[in-house]
Design a protein around this ligand. Structure first.
Ligand SMILES: [Zn+2]
Length: 377
């Protein structure tokens, strides 16, 4: 009997404070409006502050606008994944703070992989070594000038992978040069070593509009949507001695080399994404490794050896302030001080120095200033 009474008293002692605290508990247990963040239908977290969440998301997306040309038109910026903010009723204890939300949004699946450029490296060899294409390597490193990479430079070979991908569509219009053609006229009154420019070629200009898609800041698609010629190029007319137009096989004879195609022209180029301007002081002619390189015309060798970014290079002084440079060679057959004649074999095509592949960089320097080589070859 006494035990039962004690038990009852004990129960009352325990229960009364619990009942008494009901209003407090009730308040704690009542639900509130929250905002659930879902990715591909999967709930990530719930926050109380919708505006705060939206601000984090917009800052996250906008970080990828950095480095894009200011003149570019941003057409769209969105997540690759399906992202939703859904209003829900939840207990306050289920809320995540904005700091926790930010951590999840900015999470990475994988960090980027970098390599450090060593002495003697070039983009072509590096791409081959790491099993990616040269084009990909250039896309991953838009700030790198392919002909100017230096030991110690860090290059991305595998980009970081965020959990949330950002897709940007942009349109940009840049001015590009149109190379001019050269018309050769055979002239029997000229010696075989002579060339005479009758009419200087002038590059044209065109306005090129690109449609570009970036994923997490890297170009994933690029297409030309419009090209408008602003200035037509003017064809150069060059007279050549009849015996100088020697054909050297099936591909195009550029005089100084038998090449496949021109991969980079002389002049300024504007990067369609970054808007950065760069200057190319010569023309790049893609040619097979080992292809013979010939002297542009008679002259004296003033440089024959390694010269930084040019790799193995030869410079010939033709007098009257005219010099020509042959860069990225694999072999050199001449020595400084040696006199060479037109179409003499002076070296072989290679990819030494800061080069993106087997090609000849041919430069024409007039009184110390690089000039458009198409006016000379
Ligand atoms: Zn070049």
């Amino acid at each position: 009997m006494r035990n039962k009474r004690n038990l009852l008293i004990a129960l009352i002692i325990i229960i009364i404070p619990i009942i008494g605290s009901f209003p407090v508990l009730a308040k704690y247990l009542s639900k509130e409006i929250g905002y659930e963040f879902r990715v591909e239908g999967e709930p990530w977290f719930i926050v109380a502050d919708k505006e705060g969440l939206e601000k984090i998301l917009s800052e996250y997306k906008n970080q990828y606008l950095e480095g894009i040309d200011e003149n570019a038109k941003i057409k769209n910026i969105e997540f690759k994944q399906k992202v939703e903010i859904i209003e829900v009723e939840v207990y306050p204890e289920d809320f995540s703070s904005l700091i926790q939300a930010k951590e999840k949004i900015y999470a990475k699946e994988k960090e980027a992989t970098y390599i450090e450029v060593q002495k003697g490296d070039n983009l072509w060899n590096l791409a081959k070594k790491h099993g990616i294409s040269l084009a990909e390597l250039e896309i991953l490193n838009p700030d790198i000038d392919p002909e100017r990479i230096y030991p110690g430079d860090k290059l991305v070979i595998d980009p970081f992978k965020p959990v949330l991908d950002v897709v940007i569509e942009l349109e940009n219009t840049v001015i590009e040069t149109i190379p001019f053609n050269t018309e050769y006229q055979k002239d029997s009154s000229l010696y075989r070593s002579q060339k005479k420019v009758i009419k200087e070629g002038v590059e044209g200009e065109k306005e090129v509009t690109y449609n570009i898609q970036l994923i997490n800041g890297f170009q994933s698609k690029i297409e030309v949507v419009q090209e408008k010629v602003i200035k037509e190029p003017v064809t150069a007319v060059v007279k050549v001695g009849t015996k100088t137009t020697v054909s050297r096989g099936g591909s195009v004879n550029y005089g100084v080399v038998q090449g496949k195609r021109v991969t980079s022209n002389f002049g300024y180029r504007i990067h369609p994404i970054t808007g950065r301007r760069s200057f190319h002081s010569g023309v790049d002619i893609a040619a097979k490794h080992g292809t013979a390189v010939y002297a542009y015309s008679d002259g004296k060798v003033v440089e024959a050896g390694w010269n930084g970014a040019y790799g193995l290079n030869v410079v010939i002084d033709h007098g009257s302030g005219l010099k020509t440079r042959y860069a990225h060679l694999s072999k050199i057959y001449v020595k400084v001080g040696q006199r060479v004649t037109t179409a003499q074999r002076i070296g072989a095509v290679g990819s030494t120095g800061r080069s993106t592949g087997s090609h000849l960089h041919f430069e024409v320097i007039v009184n110390g200033t690089p000039r458009n080589p198409w006016n000379y070859i």
